[in-house]
Design a binder for this molecule. Structure first.
Ligand code: FDA
Length: 302
C-alpha cells in the first residue's frame, strides 16, 4: 500500500517539480544520488573505482518533448567524453533509460533508438559499454526490441530484466546467448497481477530461476540485488565463470566493499543529475525504513 502510494507520487509531475526545486531536500537525496551535475559526480566515481566498477545513470525519465530527448543524448555524450578524458572508461560504463531519450514521444521507438545509437557510438569511442535500463512493463517489448537492434552494431549493449514479471524467465532464455550482457533485478515499478508476481517470495523464486538460466547461458550475468540470499546463490553459481554483482549507490555500501575485497566484480549503479525525484521515490518505496529516516530528517532540519 505504502509502496504503491510512493510510486504513484513518484510519477506526479507536480510533486516532482516542487521536490526538485526544494533545496532542503538535496542533502537527503544525496544518500542515493551523487550530486546534481557531472562535476559533483566525478570525484565520487573516482573514489568508487579504487575497489569497484561503476555504471553511471544521468538521471532523467519520461521526457515530454524532443528538446528534452536531445538534451539527454547530449548529456550522455558529455559524460562519456569526460569519463574517457579522466581515464575512467575502463572501469565505468553508463546506464540509460529509453524514456529519457524520447521513447514515450510520437515515433518514440525510432527517436529512442536514434538517441541510444548516438550514445552507444560515443561509448564505443570512449572504450566502454552501455546498459539499457528497464522501465515499467508497458515498455518491455519496445525496450528489448531496441536492445536487439542496438546489438547488431554494438554487441556489448546490456539488457535489463525484472524477476517480478512473469515473462522474464522466457526473456532470459532469449537473451542469454554468446557475448550478451544481462542485468537481472527484481523490478522497481508497481505492476498489475496480470503480468507480475504479487508476493516477495514469488519474485525471489523467479529471480533464482532466472539466475539459473543466465548462468547456464553463454553471456555475462549481471546480478543486481542487495538481497544477501540471492547474492550468496549468485556467488555459488558464478564460482567458476565470469559474472558481475551490482548494487545501487548508497545501498549496503559495506557489503559492496566486502564483496569487492573478496574478489567479486562489484559494480555500483551511480545516478547524478537534477531530475532525481522518480528515482528517489523508487528507493523510498523499496524500504519503509527509508521513509521514516526521510521524514525524521525533514523534521530535525526545521
Ligand atoms: P529487496 O528489495 O528485497 O532488498 C533486499 C535488501 O536490500 C533489503 O532488505 C535492504 O537491506 C536492502 N535494500 C534494498 N533496497 C534498498 C533501499 N532502497 N534502501 C535501503 N536498503 C535497501 N529496477 C528496474 O525496474 N529497472 C532497472 O533497470 C533497474 N536497474 C537496477 C540496477 C542495479 C545495479 C540495481 C542494484 C537495481 C536496479 N533496479 C532496477 C532496482 C531493483 O529492481 C530493485 O528495486 C532494488 O534493487 C531492490 O531490490 P533488491 O533486489 O535489492 O531486494
Amino acid at each position: 500500500m505504502l509502496r504503491t502510494m510512493l510510486l504513484a507520487a513518484g510519477r506526479s509531475p507536480r510533486l516532482r517539480a516542487l521536490a526538485e526545486e526544494a533545496a532542503p531536500l538535496r542533502p537527503l537525496v544525496g544518500r542515493f544520488v551523487a550530486g546534481t551535475d557531472l562535476d559533483a559526480a566525478l570525484p565520487v566515481i573516482a573514489r568508487l573505482v579504487t575497489d569497484r566498477l561503476v555504471t553511471v545513470d544521468r538521471l532523467g525519465e519520461n521526457t515530454t518533448d524532443r528538446a528534452g530527448a536531445d538534451a539527454a543524448v547530449a548529456g550522455y555524450r558529455e559524460l562519456l567524453l569526460r569519463l574517457a578524458a579522466e581515464g575512467l572508461a575502463d572501469r565505468v560504463e553508463v546506464s540509460v533509460k529509453l524514456s529519457a531519450l524520447g521513447q514515450g514521444l510520437r515515433d518514440g521507438d525510432a527517436v529512442g533508438l536514434d538517441g541510444a545509437r548516438a550514445i552507444c557510438a560515443a561509448a564505443g569511442e570512449a572504450g566502454t559499454t552501455v546498459t539499457v535500463d528497464m522501465e515499467d512493463h508497458t515498455t518491455t517489448d519496445a525496450t528489448l526490441t531496441t536492445v536487439r537492434e542496438l546489438r547488431a552494431d554494438f554487441p556489448w549493449v546490456g539488457a535489463v530484466v525484472q524477476s517480478q514479471l512473469r515473462r522474464t524467465e522466457a526473456d532470459c532464455r532469449d537473451l542469454a546467448g554468446p557475448g550478451s550482457r544481462v542485468r537481472l533485478c527484481k523490478g522497481a515499478y508497481d505492476e498489475p497481477d496480470s503480468v507480475a508476481f504479487a508476493s516477495r517470495a514469488e519474485v525471489d523464486r523467479s529471480y533464482v530461476r532466472c539466475m539459473k538460466v543466465l548462468y547456464a547461458g553463454e553471456g555475462l550475468p549481471m546480478i543486481a540485488t542487495h538481497d544477501p540470499r540471492l547474492v550468496a546463490i549468485a556467488r555459488h553459481l558464478g564460482r567458476d565463470r565470469p559474472h558481475e554483482l551490482q548494487m545501487l549507490y548508497g545501498v549496503r555500501p559495506a557489503a559492496q566493499v566486502e564483496l569487492a575485497a573478496a574478489g567479486e566484480p562489484m559494480r555500483v549503479y551511480l545516478p547524478y543529475g537534477t531530475e532525481w525525484f522518480g528515482y528517489f521515490m523508487r528507493r523510498l518505496a523499496e524500504r519503509p525504513a527509508n521513509v521514516a529516516f526521510f521524514l525524521r530528517s525533514l523534521v530535525t532540519q526545521n
